[in-house]
Design a protein around this ligand. Sequence first.
Ligand code: SAH
Length: 365
Amino acid sequence: MGENGKPLIQSFAMNGGDGPNSYTKNSAYQRGVVDAAKEMIDGAILEKLDLKSFCLGNIFRIADLGCSIGPNTFIAVQNIIDAIEQKYKAENQTHNLNLELQVFFNDTVENDFNTLFKSLPPSRQYFAAGVPGSFYDHLFPKSSIHLAHLSFALHWLSELPKEVVDTKSPAWNKGSIQCTGYVKEVADAYASQFKNDMRTFLDARADEIVPGGFLIILAAALPDGVLMSQTVMGMHHDLLASCLYDMAKLGLIEEDKVDSFNLSSYFPHVSELKELIDENEYFKNEKMEILNNPWSFELQTVETVFSQIRAVMEGIINDHFGNMINMDNLFENFCHKLAEHRLTCDQKFCKNTELFILLERKKFN
Ligand code: SAH
């Protein structure tokens, strides 16, 4: 709980609209994750999905959870639909897809759904609907979804672990804005929140996905033995923290306010994530593989990386600091630091790791 006993729920809406700082214009990294998964999604649907048994009702329902405002969600959905179409045609020896497709785009209520709806592909072959709400809650009727997909969103926790902002707790995360991995108590607090969230997430999806249906997760994770601050992503967060503390030193914002700012995101180790998935009795873990993101940060210019981080972080920072912070100053400093660190980044920091995870809803529970 935060001030006034309110839960520490962060608004993590990506920058809305389609302007120069928007998520729409600055999400090439996340696009890379979707692109890298295309082949695996094709393989999963063509080889493993029992489409015939779902065709009886003639409606195939897809959900993209944590879809943001596009365009990546449209690409991900199209990849899924192309594979379904291919499989359907092969199995039914027909050129027509006699299957009605319905796609649910889910994100939290703060998401800019208007931009999402306005940019829906005009030539889409599906019925589109927006579903506001947290994927840690139930979002759909029981056994109604055939394929749920979630890309680059599982690291957002349902809320910030309260210990990390409790000045009396050994897990008080003073001096940092993320779970760096260096302080055991902080890491334990984040890990425990992630564990609870993951269980809630999987149980909700188990209710909603039809037996034999798929849950496809594209998730960012840490290689076993590597700490968050030793990765490129972790380095970015640490640099952002140092920029916030620079502003505090100059008296532009209060240091206490920076101390109480923590990202409610957690990147689990690969084995930690696997364990949590395997303990769930409703899903069969069909595949878990590392993705090769063609848009990895190391290959992009400082400016591109900077804009992508700003599109994700600006809303979160604004939510905590309000108008007491000058966003342009903060990000200007961040851009300088990023440029300095890029020179040594490849040797010193571990590349980000993203996973393709294919889960099948078991038929017997
Ligand atoms: N899948 C998109 C967006 C990734 S950004 C893409 O690949 O481009 C992560 C998104 O997850 C954000 O839009 C954020 O609002 C959303 N998100 C985070 N936590 C969520 C939750 N509990 N429920 C629904 N959406 C969530």
